[in-house]
Design a protein around this ligand. Structure first.
Ligand code: IPM
Ligand code: MG
Length: 366
């Protein structure tokens, strides 16, 4: 790709400050790689609620669909938490994902050697950890109907019930399965499908479809694991995993766990891919408690740009250059507060969000 149109939606909290750093890296790479970059920006999440009363406008959704890629910061914050679920900032993100039909959410969890001491596991357990969570993103219990909060009829005293529906069609499982098998093919060819097939019908169907699909990928070693065991195995032996494929809710939970294992959720990037559109976002939230203080870690956003460069620009060599620059910056001892460790001593230097971004740019230019 020689020309790319990107819509930036920085959102709320630390979203804008990490996005500034990520966009600077994107501009630099496009310039150096000879790609002409057209970048537009739109209010999103709480910022959009404040301006337009909704977390994402139709106009922004149209702009997102027209772009080659959307780069997102983070959404939400206490200011909007009192709103009913349909109007909350998070709903904007869910609507955007659904509108772009980005069903495959790739969350690579890699422990950079320099961050071993920031990982909560003993170094010998986590050293070399490198896996990807492929999370189904636009189905399952997040979107299932019916859902709601109702008064239970016939109850002698007022009983209220909240309910959601976890459902997947075989087609939905097949398309996320294919995406995951394809990712596994580019890696160590090991795929772990995570479900709760011992209890849930929706999971039993998931497992059946994954198993059938496995026949078309004889080069990939497919296994299955229950989600409770997977949560435990990630702590006991994260190195056993190469690619994990799982449903929307299980993927949401396991990817936060994966984030913590990399030293901080501030390190985890993501790419959400569909058949037509792409959305790139750091996995971390809007962290309102540190917003505007220059404490946020921009590396997840910068590594999300690396994923954009890889998957949308199709310039894997430049994606690798960004990752290598991050690696060198960390090896040189620079740390935002979230990845600083108490026992690393004088070898590390605490820096601000913009200093971290500038250090990555400097490494990229050298
Ligand atoms: C994530 C987040 C979102 C999700 C929230 C903010 C709606 O936790 O991207 O993991 O649950 O998908
Ligand atoms: Mg989450």
């Amino acid at each position: 790709m020689n020309k790319v149109r990107v819509l930036s939606v920085p959102g709320d909290g630390i979203g804008p400050e990490v996005t500034v750093q990520a966009v600077a890296v994107l501009r630099h790479v496009c310039e150096r790689a000879g790609v002409s970059l057209e970048i537009d920006e739109a209010p999103f999440g709480g910022a959009s609620i404040d301006l337009f009363g909704v977390p994402v406008t139709e106009e922004t959704l149209e702009k997102a669909k027209a772009a080659d890629a959307v780069l997102l910061g983070a959404v939400g914050g206490p200011k909007w938490d009192h709103l009913p679920s349909e109007q909350r900032a998070e709903k904007g993100l869910l609507n955007l994902r659904a509108a772009l039909e980005v069903y495959a959410n790739l969350r690579p969890a890699k422990l950079f050697p320099a961050l071993e001491s920031a990982c909560p596991l003993k170094p010998e357990r986590a050293r070399g950890m490198d896996f990807v969570v492929v999370r189904e993103l636009i189905g399952g219990i997040y979107f299932g109907q019916p859902r709601g909060v109702v008064q239970v009829e016939g109850a002698t005293h007022g009983v209220t019930k909240g309910f959601n529906t976890a459902s997947y069609t075989d087609d939905e499982v097949r398309r996320i399965g294919k995406a995951a098998f394809e990712v596994a093919r580019t890696r160590k060819k090991k795929l772990m499908s995570v479900d709760k097939a011992n209890v849930l019908e929706v999971s039993a169907l998931w497992r059946k479809v994954m198993t059938e699909l496995g026949a078309s990928y004889p080069d990939v070693q497919l296994s299955h694991m229950y989600v409770d065991n997977a949560a435990m195995q990630l702590i006991l032996n994260p190195r056993q995993f190469d690619v994990i494929v799982t449903s929307n809710l299980f993927g949401d939970i396991l990817s936060d766990e994966a984030g913590a294992l990399t030293g901080s959720i501030g390190m985890l990037p993501s790419a959400s891919l569909g058949d037509r559109h792409a959305l790139y976002e750091p996995v971390h939230g809007s962290a309102p408690d540190i917003a505007g203080l220059g404490k946020a870690n921009p590396l997840a956003a910068i590594l999300s740009v690396a994923m954009l460069v890889h998957h949308t620009l199709k310039r894997p060599e430049w994606a690798q250059k960004i990752e290598a620059a991050v690696d060198r910056v960390l090896a040189s001892g620079l740390r935002t507060a979230d990845i600083a460790s108490a026992d690393a001593g004088g070898a590390q230097r605490i820096v601000t969000t913009s200093q971290m971004g500038a250090a990555v740019l400097e490494q990229l230019s050298s």
